[in-house]
Design a protein around this ligand. Sequence first.
Ligand code: RIB
Length: 303
Amino acid sequence: MILGIGTINLDHIIDCRHLPAPKESILCKNVTLMLGGKGANQIAAAGRLGAKTMFISMIGEHDPNNEILFDDLKWAGVNTDYISTVPNMPSGSAFVCVEESGQNIVIIHAAANAAITPAVVDKNKRCFELADICMTEFAVPIETCEYAMKLAKKNGKTTIVNPAPYADISQAFYRYMDIVTPNEIEASDFCGFPVADEKSASEACAFFHSKGVKNVVITMGSQGVFVSDGRETLMLPCHKVNAIDTSGAGDSFNGAFAYACSMKKDIFTAARFGNAAASISVQKKGTARSMPTLREVESVFRF
Ligand code: RIB
């Protein structure tokens, strides 16, 4: 069972010929509304693959768009019992502009997500007993991320932390991370030097290990994924595909990676599986709705 503690947004996917420059107004080609938010995308990715899931999050009590969020979570097979409501606040939203090249920009309104407090985690303590794997991401208030991962470790669970977007963290937090999954930009922010190739990625892994993190998985875009378990390091190349929309690709990777870990695969195999899932999601438009099924992933990678 995989437990996610994460954000939910209503994504407004805006298709345009090119991304607007400052002061430029453009007409877009299409706007699609769908489930988004890093946490929701990641747990949806795991759910679509067939994982049993639980998801702790917050939405606005009377937001008229909640129906879309629940429909998409259910489509992905995510258990929505642990999503709570906040009065007088909208649900989170994001505006994802995607241009024809596949490049995107994202503007986020956290709204109800800002109310995912340690008290919300406490209210759902039982989930931490039931789960095998607990994962979180940094769009959740950082004190809640740390609190949740500490609780997960207290319960003897495996933790996966996707530190996106980057946030300053306490020294103690590193020790609650069994696996950390930054991209190369976030890894650079943590380490204080640019992470751009295998050598610097290996140094970044050494940095995380020295802080007490057991396993490090750095997603490096078209270069692939750099993985270290503290003994061995490997650069796993990504699949060469025709990407039409990379929004949510990292979430697809993380959710599929968590799924593979829940199937007791080692982190190198899990990262290969995550790579395969992400390569399929980037060939589809959108965020949560682009997460592949197990059958789709198995068409390019089998355990
Ligand atoms: O990682 C992609 C997600 O980031 C989008 O779904 C959007 O909601 C933003 O939070």
